[in-house]
Design a protein around this ligand. Structure first.
Ligand code: SF4
Ligand SMILES: [Zn+2]
Ligand SMILES: [Zn+2]
Length: 333
């Protein structure tokens, strides 16, 4: 195996002049990891030109400049800007970019977001090198969920969650569903009226959930963002905090109960199932700890996401499986 190509200081030069071919030179790894605001100069033997330009195009990059000198070429490379149509064509089930199956890693790797160019460590990547950061993954969803939470008059958190989950900006899987858990539950409690919940508290519960609901952590630590969302609602209403007593205890127990309940829905994880289970449980917890009565109409739920589950729907093992043949799928393909 060859050593990885060298990069030198600020100029970011990748020298593959000693490589035997582009494929084995390691330059593709550099292209995959290239941030959108970065440029890379690739030095390569002249006969590599065609293969190198193909590799550049294949990794969603463009050659800004190609210089030929004696036996070698120097190509200046930049990541292509995400076009408006790429943004609009985000896939909502698997890889947002290409729609292919994602890899769930046991150890994080350094990855660069295809949309904003931010580099960070991540656990979920596309084998084709596409990586989408949490911020870009949830683009548009937070505002849409918040606006629905602030405008609904519905008192059933399940019904509110169904509307939110069907919004086109909400992916099939991902922590956007955790934001829904907090938003739907706290909005229903506000509409129920006995607790005098404010709009500010709705947004606060969502913000706290956003801070602690992290992609893939349902499996990585066992604490799913949906449970965090329920905890955030209780914490905001009870005004829990480190120095507090019962308020924090109740909040923690609400989270623990939610984790325990959704653990019954695993194999594989399904964010839609977790949200629904958490909403029903949230109603029970609200009755016991907040003396607020919410009625979840579970009989009205008939899952519309069966064919969209990238890991495979739990089918007859899931209580939300439609009793009748599924009606046409909602939202994007
Ligand atoms: S029926 Fe399938 S897709 Fe729907 S909630 Fe259950 S596991 Fe998820
Ligand atoms: Zn992909
Ligand atoms: Zn991003």
């Amino acid at each position: 195996m060859r050593e990885p190509p060298t990069t030198m200081g600020m100029s970011e030069v990748c020298d593959i002049r000693e490589a035997c071919c582009v494929e084995s030179s390691g330059v593709k790894d550099r292209l995959v990891g290239l941030a959108r605001d970065e440029t890379l100069k690739v030095l390569a033997p002249k006969p590599f030109k065609r293969e190198l330009l193909e590799a550049i195009a294949g990794e969603d990059c463009e050659a800004l400049d190609v210089k030929e000198e004696d036996d070698s070429i120097q190509v200046t490379v930049k990541k292509k800007e995400a076009t408006q149509s790429q943004e609009q064509e985000r896939k909502m089930e698997n890889c947002m970019v290409c729609g292919g199956s994602l890899q769930y890693l046991a150890e994080s790797v350094e990855a660069t977001c295809i949309y904003c160019g931010k580099s960070e460590r991540g656990y979920i990547i596309c084998p084709k090198g596409h990586y989408v950061c949490q911020l870009c993954h949830g683009k548009g969803a937070f505002d849409a969920i918040r606006d629905l939470a602030l405008s609904t008059g519905e008192r059933d958190p399940l019904a509110i969650a169904e509307v939110m989950m069907s919004h086109p900006s909400v992916p099939m899987l991902g922590c956007e569903n955790a934001w829904i858990a907090s938003a739907a539950l706290v909005a229903a409690l506000k509409n129920q009226g006995s607790l005098k919940i404010t709009e500010k508290q709705i947004v606060e519960a969502m913000e706290r959930t956003k801070d602690q609901a992290l992609t893939g952590y349902c499996g990585l630590t066992g604490v799913c963002g949906v449970a965090v969302g329920v905890g955030a609602v209780f914490s905001v209403i009870l005004d829990a905090g480190c120095p507090k007593d019962t308020e924090t205890e109740v909040t923690m127990r609400a989270v623990a109960r939610t984790v325990d309940a959704i653990a019954n829905d695993t194999g594989p994880c399904c964010c839609k199932s977790y949200v629904r289970t958490a909403m029903v449980l949230g109603c029970n917890l609200a009755k016991v700890h907040l003396k607020a009565r919410l009625i979840p109409h579970l009989e009205k739920v008939s899952c519309l996401y069966v064919r969209r589950h990238p890991h495979g729907c739990r089918a007859s093992r899931c209580q939300y499986l439609p009793k009748r043949p599924e009606i046409p799928r909602l939202g994007r393909a």
